[in-house]
Ligand binder design. Structure first.
Ligand SMILES: [Zn+2]
Ligand SMILES: [Zn+2]
Length: 347
């Protein structure tokens, strides 16, 4: 296919669709932005008009302002933008996350945004979309990244919590505030009364929990850390907090808590040590290596453009499989690393 027919190109502002005159998750201010999901590296401030999936609306408004010019679509609903028929399809990453399907003159392109194939019980599960060209993320695009089953990780987490409670130490689990925290909370709530003490959440996570509940996600109310005054109960509690809360004032009253983190990066040994964590739980909202390959195959795409993370190894692997695969330079980070104090040292 000639370059002139490309449905998506890279401009200094971001991924651009010439036939429809709009950008997808642009990193510089533009007139019209289609947003795949509400994480900070995808949904930035300053665009003229935003288009996103329905369930993203409260998250985007909370982050970027209530007065946002925002149009929303249901999954599968189509709109015509210039010469392009556009629709959004579930990406299974976080609440409201979407793949963007673009159709123009018989060509179909899909921009994945971030995605995972596992059903987290909260966001609408990933749906493969057939296309000619697939633009995929590859945050964990290396064969070493293989996630254990989520049920196994939850089991480890409960065992850890019990151990800590038996020693009279509060458990603090760091989990990214949008997506991961809700996933952990909902999974623990589904376990019912199996924890040794109360389940608590850092105040910063409450507005996001509220947005999840407003969208109908099965997540019950959780008390904030500040609401629990009984010191005895506090020592048996599990607190879910964003990684940025580590070392902050809110956590100081916990004395000597046991600290762990839930992240795909916990698969990398040095990451846990570097943050001074006793325990790492491998739980990611991104596809692991086998899931990336499965998702790419399911699109039936002949051409795959790889962005975001471990690009070169995945491009090479796909080329060896006979696909027309290329790297696409973008400015997305990984939300979990962006929030880490260690992110700078890794850059
Ligand atoms: Zn994301
Ligand atoms: Zn991302």
């Amino acid at each position: 296919m000639a370059q002139a027919e490309a449905l998506v190109t890279v401009r200094p502002e971001g991924l651009y669709c010439p036939a429809g005159d709009f950008y997808i998750d642009p990193w510089r201010p533009v007139a019209r932005a289609v947003i795949t999901h509400a994480h900070a590296d995808h949904a930035r401030r300053g665009h003229g008009a935003y288009l996103a999936q329905h369930a993203s609306a409260p998250l985007l408004r909370a982050r970027l302002g209530a007065d946002l010019t925002l149009q929303t679509l249901a999954y599968g609903e189509t709109v015509q933008l210039g010469g392009v028929r556009l629709s959004l399809h579930p990406a299974g990453h976080v609440l409201g996350s979407a793949q963007v399907r673009l159709e123009h003159r018989g060509q179909v392109w899909v921009v994945s945004g971030d995605y995972k194939l596992d059903d987290d019980g909260l966001s609408t599960p990933f749906e493969p979309v057939r296309c000619h060209t697939f633009i995929t993320e590859s945050t964990f695009g290396l064969p070493i990244y293989r996630w254990p089953p989520a049920a196994e990780v939850l089991h480890q987490l409960l065992a850890w919590w019990h151990d800590n409670a038996a020693q009279g130490r509060t458990s603090v689990l760091y989990a990214y505030g949008l997506g991961k925290a809700q996933r952990v909370l909902a999974a623990l709530q589904r376990q019912g009364a199996h924890g040794p003490g109360p389940l608590l959440v850092h105040e910063a996570v409450q507005p996001i929990n509220a947005a999840y509940r407003a969208a109908g996600a099965p997540l019950s109310d959780v008390s904030s850390l500040g609401e629990l005054t009984d010191r005895c109960l506090l020592r048996r509690a599990l607190l879910v907090a964003p990684p940025a809360a580590q070392g902050g004032a809110a956590l100081r009253r916990l004395g000597d808590p046991a600290e762990g983190q839930a992240s795909g990066w916990m698969r990398v040994r040095g990451q846990r040590r570097r943050r001074g964590l006793e325990q790492g739980f491998v739980l990611s909202d991104h596809a692991d290596w086998p899931a990336l390959l499965r998702a790419i195959a399911a699109t039936g795409a002949e051409r795959v453009l790889v962005t975001h993370g471990q690009v070169a190894p995945l491009v090479r692997y796909l080329q060896e499989q006979g696909l027309d695969a290329h790297a696409l330079a973008t400015e997305y980070g990984d939300e979990e690393l962006v929030e880490h104090p260690v992110a700078e040292s890794l850059a």
